[in-house]
Design a protein around this ligand. Structure first.
Ligand SMILES: N[C@@H](CCC(=O)N[C@@H](CS)C(=O)NCC(=O)O)C(=O)O
Length: 208
């Protein structure tokens, strides 16, 4: 049997959680390697691009969250087999990466810059991506982003919306998704209430 080890930081959310969710939902055994604070510096150089997540598959390593999500999505039957639906799934994951990278760039900067840059994000890119994701969801049937059923795209959007709604991002109002993209928030609820998702969080604890 293929031996899988998924390495990511030891918290709920971020770029590693969709793959953790997908593998768990698919019942695929994997080593859940969680990097603790203080361990990263010594491990960073051993990753392909100096970043996490990385997935080890029988001793070989692949990086880049969307590549990992596609791979585990295929293993877990959470990635469309139809090429067009797969492209739609990829599109959404790429869009979440686009806006996630913009937000990520404001995580570890001085407070004043953070306030200014987040204000700009709240007035432009974040609502833009929320409304465009909502539009794509509706264009594809309103329930799921691709293939008419849960896929890794839904998991990636779910983690993104949860981050925004949690209020963990200073200067980003937690009600922004509800105000600008209510159908996307409904989608968030749909994914969150999926019994397979509930089983995951019952096992691993709810995000704080
Ligand atoms: N494009 C990459 C970005 C990876 C990335 O920036 N990961 C962050 C965590 S979400 C990281 O490893 N940060 C620590 C560092 O860069 O040292 C992906 O999608 O996996």
């Amino acid at each position: 049997m293929t031996k899988l080890k998924l390495t990511y930081f030891d918290f709920h959310g971020g770029r590693g959680e969709p793959a953790r969710l997908a593998l768990s939902i698919g019942g695929i055994p994997f080593e859940d390697d969680r990097v603790k604070p203080g361990e990263w510096e010594s491990r960073k150089a051993n990753t392909p691009f100096g970043a996490l997540p990385v997935l080890e598959v029988d001793g070989q390593v692949v990086a880049q969250s969307n590549a990992i999500d596609r791979y585990v999505g295929k293993l877990a039957n959470l990635y469309p087999t139809d090429p067009w639906q797969a492209a739609l799934c990829d599109e959404v994951m790429g869009a979440v990466e686009d806006i996630g990278s913009k937000i990520g760039a404001t995580l570890f900067i001085p407070e004043e810059q953070k306030r200014t840059q987040r204000k700009e994000l709240v007035e432009g890119p974040i609502p833009f991506y929320l409304t465009r994701l909502e539009r794509r969801l509706e264009e594809h049937g309103g329930q799921y982003f691709a293939g008419g059923r849960l896929s890794v795209a839904d998991l990636k959007v779910f983690v993104f919306i949860r981050q925004l709604k949690s209020g963990v991002l200073d200067h980003v109002p937690a009600d922004l998704p509800d105000r600008v993209a209510p159908r996307l928030v409904e989608h968030y609820g749909r994914v969150k209430n999926d019994p397979r998702m509930k089983a995951y969080y019952a096992k691993h604890g709810l995000p704080g």
